[in-house]
Design a protein around this ligand. Structure first.
Ligand SMILES: *Cc1c(COP(=O)(O)O)cnc(C)c1O
Length: 365
């Protein structure tokens, strides 16, 4: 398939789809990333031939040769976005073309083939349309969509990337990330481990970044914190991001977020907040902030709020920070007004209770 050719999807419906009662039981308490819908998308790629065999099929396990290169060299990438059921009953996605573009940026870094943006978005539409009854109706709930791509060539040679790939999409009903309101998280400043260095894969949404992060996340928990905050690779001083979320620092009516230097993931939530901040009277700056400035700002009261943002948890306040030789609270440790205001604005657009002035909402059905 070339960029202008349209893929046509072969549709194979499940003959063992869950009943309405079984589905209702899952949707009553979906958690996050635990249950999956009845179908999935698969598209194959072969060097020289391009993308082919696009299909919607029953959800189920894959059978792969043990020599398949993704198992050995982690040539893999993924995306994450949500389908929302709006108050009008419409099912929509939020900025899916931004995810499509980022998917291809990640693919280029991982020496993997690009997928035409329309095929990416169409694959999501087809899966959500087919499994539309799995899009939750409960407030703050959604259907989390996970597109990903793996290298499928069964070969152990390391001198060239795989010549075959598989793109897939699976979908998982999701509760609001934090049940019982917006709970501030505590963060651990990782001066021992590094997530990403210049020239590395920090800006790509690849599984390997996460594989290398688990040990630091475990250290955060051992130190009584919820999440790890990554610092720059060189000095371990400048803030990059938090776990799988970007960070914002609130100085009264000014927002500061670490600039996209190549070592952090360009979040779509981050970009959306930079765009809507002006509408709620906030100034924005993309720059850098050290852990000393973060601590001093909180102690002087100049730095009033800190929050993390990402698709899964939307906007989450950061209540306290701790490192090997320091610990402090942010504000009074409770969610601040700017954090809550931006959260309400963004979720309002996603769930259709606020006007979509930026054309971010993509209606599916
Ligand atoms: C996905 C991700 C984010 C957030 O990106 P969104 O597009 O806002 O969901 C931030 N950091 C990392 C490391 C991520 O993988």
């Amino acid at each position: 398939m070339t960029a202008t050719q349209k893929l046509s999807f072969d549709v194979q419906l499940s003959d063992h789809a869950r009943t309405a009662a079984e589905r209702a039981e899952v949707l009553a308490n979906p958690g996050f990333g635990t249950y999956f819908t009845d179908h999935m998308i698969s598209i194959d790629y072969t060097e020289g031939e391009g993308w082919h065999d696009a299909r919607l099929m029953p959800y189920g396990p894959l059978s792969l040769d043990p020599a398949t290169s993704v198992f050995h060299y982690a040539q893999e990438l993924f995306e994450g976005l949500k389908a929302y059921r709006q108050s009008s009953g419409a099912i929509v996605m939020f900025r899916p073309y931004a995810n499509a573009a980022r998917f291809n940026t990640s693919a280029a870094r991982m020496a993997m083939p690009a997928l035409p943006e329309d095929a990416f978005v169409e694959s999501l539409e087809l899966l959500v349309q087919t499994d539309r009854d799995w899009v939750p109706t409960a407030e703050g709930h959604s259907l989390y969509l996970r597109p990903f791509m793996i290298a499928t060539q069964p070969a152990l040679g390391v001198n060239y990337p795989s010549r075959t790939y598989k793109y897939m999409v699976i979908a998982s009903p999701a509760a609001s990330y934090f049940s019982g309101g917006v709970r501030p998280v505590s963060v651990w400043l990782s001066t021992e481990y590094t997530r990403a260095a210049p020239g590395g894969t920090g800006f790509a949404k690849c599984g390997g970044n996460y594989a290398a992060a688990f040990v630091a996340q475990r250290q955060a928990v051992e130190n009584g914190c919820d999440q790890v905050v990554w610092l720059d690779a060189h000095e371990h001083r400048y803030v990059e991001e938090m776990g799988g979320m970007n960070l914002f620092f609130v100085f009264g009516d000014k927002l500061l977020t670490p600039a996209l230097t190549g070592t952090l993931l360009p979040g779509i939530t981050r970009d959306s907040i930079l765009t809507i901040a002006g509408q709620v009277g906030l100034e924005v700056e993309e720059g850098r902030i050290s852990i000393e400035e973060w601590q001093a700002g909180c102690e002087s009261g100049e730095l009033t709020e800190v929050f993390a943002c990402g698709t899964a948890a939307v906007i989450t306040p950061v209540g306290s920070a701790k490192g090997a030789d320091r610990a402090w609270t942010v504000g009074d440790g409770t969610p601040g007004p700017v954090t809550l205001k931006l959260r309400e604005e963004l979720m309002g657009i996603q769930y259709g209770t606020r006007p979509d002035t930026h054309d971010w909402i993509h209606k599916i059905c």
